[in-house]
Design a protein around this ligand. Structure first.
Ligand SMILES: [Zn+2]
Length: 65
């Protein structure tokens, strides 16, 4: 199950093979293997890299041990 990496919302739209959209955050994100890229969707429809992630918000790190 893919959830929004920002708000955790499960009600996200799939817009491509590895691309999803969260209407709550108005972001698109791309998941490929362990690589996650998040983009803001600007009002004119352009995508800008989402660099506003608080440390610890995105839980992608694999716990060791
Ligand atoms: Zn969201």
């Amino acid at each position: 199950m893919t959830t929004c990496p920002i708000c955790g919302q499960r009600d996200i739209g799939k817009i491509g093979a590895d691309q999803y959209y969260c209407g709550d955050c108005c972001v698109e994100f791309m998941v490929r293997n362990q690589d996650l890229k998040i983009f803001n969707v600007e009002v004119d429809g352009t995508l800008t890299l989402y660099d506003n992630i608080m440390p610890g918000t995105v839980n992608l790190e694999v716990q060791k041990g």
